[in-house]
Ligand binder design. Structure first.
Ligand code: NDP
Length: 242
């Protein structure tokens, strides 16, 4: 896979899966930009390490998405690959889930994908080439008690991606979804030891994924080699859901 001419934008690139994706693209020679919300020191360190661009902005902010993409175009002249990765959880059973828990999760996880896809799609259509990869979750397909907001946001990403794939295919732009299972990151760090053991015992490969194991399929879908794949959902879950 050769990304030496590619200009990449990853939302939520400072930690976990997003960071692994940013670093993997950079290792393959791409020019990588990423956004983040609060980890400024980490962002500065990563920006230097990859010699890329970093933008502190809330992925849920429509105007900020447009401005970020405009700045990347100013510096690099275009965007070839967008990875909508930024995401949060605000878990709770529906009886206790507040309106803000719902709004925050839907905005950070789903509206963000709309914001950035809209900001890049005209550029990609003009280039007659582009790749959009949206990071959903196994939870969007199988659901999870206590995660109705998160599951809705991740299922929403699938319908969004398939629609966009149909709109953009004729212009050389593919849109796909990667749906991880259980990945070792800060997001899953809060799960209790007991719940972790239960989850692990249900995974046929018997372990959690590393962030790098999610980054590799993302790079494949972003590559030239994946030019005939669009509108697909690739489960990367160790067999947890087949
Ligand atoms: P982490 O919590 O480890 O990292 C999240 C990253 O996203 C951070 O860089 C954070 O930046 C950034 N971020 C969060 N909210 C925003 C926002 N509103 N605007 C901009 N950046 C934001 O998460 P993971 O790496 O675990 O998850 C990444 C994606 O993968 C998410 O979409 C998640 O739903 C999905 N996923 C994760 C799974 C897992 O098991 N971990 C399983 C399935 C899917 P900052 O630090 O600056 O706030």
């Amino acid at each position: 896979m050769n990304f030496s001419e590619s200009r990449i934008l990853v939302t939520g690139g400072t930690r976990g899966i997003g960071r692994a994706i940013v670093e993997a693209f950079a290792q393959h020679g791409a020019r990588a930009a990423f956004t983040y919300r609060s980890s400024k020191a980490v962002a500065e360190e990563l920006k230097k390490k990859i010699n890329g661009l970093a933008f502190q902005c809330d992925a849920a902010d429509f105007e900020a998405a447009q401005q970020t993409v405009n700045k990347i175009v100013e510096v690099w002249g275009g965007v070839d690959i967008l990875v909508n990765n930024a995401g949060i959880t605000r878990d709770g059973l529906i009886m206790r889930m507040g309106e803000s828990d719902w709004d925050q999760v839907l905005n950070a996880n789903l509206k963000s994908a709309f914001n950035y896809s809209k900001a890049v799609c005209q550029i990609m259509m003009r280039q007659r080439h582009g790749r959009i990869i949206n990071i959903s979750s196994i939870i969007g397909t199988i659901g999870n008690a206590g995660q109705a907001n998160y599951a809705a946001s991740k299922a929403g990403m699938v319908g969004f991606s398939k629609s966009l794939a149909k709109e953009l295919a004729a212009r050389g732009v593919t849109v796909n979804v990667v749906a991880p299972g259980y990945v070792e990151t800060d997001m899953t760090g809060a799960i209790s030891e007991k719940a972790k053991q239960q989850l692990l015992s249900a995974i046929p490969v018997n372990r959690a994924a590393t962030p790098e194991e999610i980054a590799t399929p993302v790079l494949f879908l972003a590559s030239e080699e994946a030019s005939y794949i669009t509108g697909q959902v690739l489960g990367v879950n160790g067999g947890l859901y087949m």
